[in-house]
Design a protein around this ligand. Sequence first.
Ligand SMILES: Nc1ncnc2c1ncn2[C@@H]1O[C@H](COP(=O)(O)OP(=O)(O)O)[C@@H](O)[C@H]1O
Ligand SMILES: [Mg+2]
Length: 233
Amino acid sequence: MIEIKDITKTYKTGDVEFQALRGVSFIIKDGEFVAIMGPSGSGKSTLMHILGALDNPTDGTYFLDGKDVSKLTDDELADIRKDKIGFVFQSFNLLPRTTVLRNVILPLIYDGINPNEREERAKKALVLAGLDEGHFLNLSNQLSGGQIQRVAIARALVNNPSLILADEPTGNLDSKTSEIVLGTFQKLNKELGRTIILITHEQDIAEHADRILFIKDGLLEHREPHIKRIAKN
Ligand SMILES: Nc1ncnc2c1ncn2[C@@H]1O[C@H](COP(=O)(O)OP(=O)(O)O)[C@@H](O)[C@H]1O
Ligand SMILES: [Mg+2]
């Protein structure tokens, strides 16, 4: 479970300070699918970096599974990321001229998992992410945008994280491909119980989550609940 309380983040550039988060609090329970939605510059990525243990807040507390993440050292943050969190970003940073399978295996090499198990786990993650087996040995630069994003999702899943954080994962995709990727997240949430936090500036994307947290100028805004969209694919 995620519990953040009065989180603030101030960036300093020279003498100039900018408060990107101005006191954000919420709880996300295990197994929830939540979207964080807001316009560009509202603080979404800043919040995602904090939730993903990539950065510490300036003030406030963040409890992840009962542990106060806001007080951890860089090494301890790295362990939390490795054990609990899978990241999917908008810009698909797969290695070019490298097979799909190898791209998904890579994080496991850094984790010291043995070679046979690595391949098995990578294949399982690719199947879960909905990529056809026929593409496993393709080079990543031979794939379509939707296929690349599935590989990116597989790479986020390969460590078996309980929490998946996706920052604008459909930002570069057409609406049909976006639906397929959103369907994958809905399936991972519903069938495998993964907690998913989806960050987006688009209302129709956010509506695929069970709940939407609206953020503007570094603060949450209250809005009425929406009717959930089921991805067409
Ligand atoms: N490293 C940084 N240094 C200074 N300002 C930053 C930094 N990162 C983000 N900001 C500012 O903080 C605000 C929120 O940014 P961000 O969290 O990236 O918003 P979003 O993801 O919603 O577009 C923006 O005004 C941005 O310019
Ligand atoms: Mg952003």
